[in-house]
Ligand binder design. Structure first.
Ligand SMILES: [Ca+2]
Ligand SMILES: [Ca+2]
Length: 259
């Protein structure tokens, strides 16, 4: 009889220990799951801001093509409509105090960062040099005068996740969340098609005219990409002299004379 009671008490203690652990794991699963949904919301918002910002640049007072930071932040905040979110994260209240961030000084700027980055090593990653691993993070000041390949937009969105089950003092009641999105700037003006600087620096390769018939020279010149005038001296026989040597890399607006 005594022995049986003792076994029952032991089972109760074991159950108490086990249920604590099981409940802890379940609670952790719920909180981690909610954080993943919140992160997804932040990621979508950062992507929306970057997609808008990469396409619609503005010209500042110094004539530089720069990011429309204020409008990009609006696109981030209203990514999921004017209710601010999908239930897991409120994009209009990123610091989680129940007050619209737009009415709080500095809160929007503290939680949404918009940057324009250059890529000095031209390897497609503006945050580091892929071959050496060295950090870059160099600011691009004018997307239309990028001497390196492209400028990139980086949008960072931060939020605070309130834990539903703050089980132990070791775990904070809040967890900071962050999502970053980087993409190349796709502004047409920035890359020369709408008034940038690249048309004046386009180069073409001078073809070899020596020994060619005079009536073929003109088409040879234009098919090499040149737009400058070609002067062909009147005469008979094939061309024996050209004023720019064959194979020379020259501005496409250059002129040439042939004899
Ligand atoms: Ca707020
Ligand atoms: Ca790089």
């Amino acid at each position: 009889m005594f022995r049986r009671k003792r076994t029952q008490g032991q089972a109760l203690v074991e159950f108490a220990l086990a249920i604590t652990l099981i409940f802890f794991l379940l609670a952790a699963a719920v909180d981690v799951g909610l954080m993943m949904f919140a992160l997804q919301g932040l990621h979508n918002a950062a992507q929306e801001g970057a997609a808008y910002g990469s396409r619609w640049l503005i010209t500042d007072s110094l004539g530089r093509r720069v990011l429309d930071t204020a409008e990009i932040k609006n696109h981030v905040r209203f990514e999921s409509g004017d209710k601010g979110g999908i239930g897991f994260v409120n994009l209009l209240d990123l610091n989680g105090d129940g007050i619209n961030d737009a009415t709080q000084t500095g809160v929007v700027d503290a939680n949404i960062t918009v940057e324009m980055l250059a890529d000095p090593s031209m390897d497609g990653d503006p945050t580091k040099d892929v071959s050496s691993g060295a950090a870059e993070n160099v600011q691009c000041t004018d997307a239309s005068r990028a001497t390196t390949a492209l400028c990139y937009i980086r949008v960072t969105v931060r939020s605070i996740h309130q834990m539903i089950f703050p089980l132990a003092p070791a775990f904070s009641r809040t967890v900071p969340l962050k999502s970053v999105y980087i993409m190349p700037i796709r502004d047409s003006v920035a890359r020369g098609s709408g008034g940038g600087t690249s048309t004046t620096t386009q180069t073409c390769t001078v073809p070899n005219f020596i020994g060619k018939a005079r009536n073929t020279a003109s088409s040879l010149w234009t098919s090499a990409g040149f737009t400058g005038t070609i002067t062909i001296a009147v005469g008979s026989g094939n061309i024996v002299y050209q004023s720019i040597a064959p194979g020379t890399i020259s501005l496409c607006t250059s002129s040439i004379s042939l004899t």
